[in-house]
Ligand binder design. Structure first.
Ligand code: PEP
Ligand code: MN
Length: 258
């Protein structure tokens, strides 16, 4: 029997473990709908997908913009997915807000204080990712810009930081999970995909996050990762994601016994 759909309130209750999954970027209607239908078979109803992409090089795929948001809306309409998508700047805040159920602030905008204030003025959940050059203290202070403007519907996401280590794309700061949970009243999630950089590291980092007490995971999933227009090496295919999903749940079940 499938568990009942989770709601936005469940995000903040911290009683339910939350999976947010979906492609790095929205690329096509087919890609997004196929992914949404797959996630639904697992009982997942929070879907990610960037329509405005913060790419390191201006020559890289920048996202489908509003067309991408419309594709996410189709997935929501058909499958009931709650949509998590990034707002990159104040210029597209109104447009993104129309389509997003949860606004994502990306790592590069963790200290964009004017944008933080703007999303803080809205009555909509905000998922903020740790800046890869920010300390935990700075990350906590970033959340205070949002709450200070009146919005306490905040989810904090550890997504890896820059260190001298370069065997992985970023270094997942697993310590941030228990530390943040002491410092903020908000749910603390982990994005294992961006620090991993490679699909095969995503599962071990996910299990570590669960072991450390994360309230949720945000994971990149693509029907054909090798064809992805961004982050192709780290996105999981459906089979890989399903196995990870089962193992994470098995670990959680075991942990709940003690
Ligand atoms: C993303 O999650 O789409 C993303 C761009 O990640 P980050 O902001 O953590 O680099
Ligand atoms: Mn990505």
């Amino acid at each position: 029997m499938m568990a009942p759909d989770l709601t936005i309130e469940d995000l903040f209750s911290k009683e339910k473990f939350i999976f947010i999954a979906g492609p790095c970027a929205v690329e096509s209607e087919e890609q997004v709908l196929e992914t949404a239908r797959f996630l639904k078979t697992l009982g997942i109803n929070f879907m990610r997908g960037g329509a405005y992409k913060p790419r390191t090089s201006p020559k890289s795929f920048q996202g489908l913009k509003e067309e991408g948001l419309k594709i996410l809306a189709m997935a929501k309409e058909e499958t009931g997915m709650n949509i998590v998508t990034e707002v990159m700047d104040s210029d597209n805040l109104t447009t993104v807000t129309k389509y997003a159920d949860i606004l994502q602030i990306g790592s590069r905008n963790c200290q964009n204080f004017s944008l933080l204030r703007r999303v803080g003025e809205l009555n909509k959940p905000v998922l903020i990712k740790r800046g890869f050059g920010n300390t935990i203290d700075e990350f906590v202070q970033a959340s205070e810009y949002i709450s200070g403007a009146g919005n306490s519907q905040i989810i904090m996401v550890e997504r890896g930081i820059r260190t001298f280590e370069n065997a992985t794309r970023f270094t997942l700061d697993i310590s941030a999970v228990p530390v943040l949970k002491e410092r903020v009243p908000y749910p603390v999630y982990v994005d294992p995909s961006h620090p991993a950089g490679l699909a095969r590291y995503v599962e071990p980092l996910s299990l570590a996050a669960v072991g450390a007490g994360a309230d949720g995971l945000m994971i990149e999933v693509h029907p054909e990762p090798q064809e992805a227009l961004s982050d192709s090496k780290q996105q999981l295919n459906f089979k890989q994601f399903e196995l990870l999903y089962k193992r994470v749940n098995a670990l959680r079940d075991t942990m709940s016994k003690f």
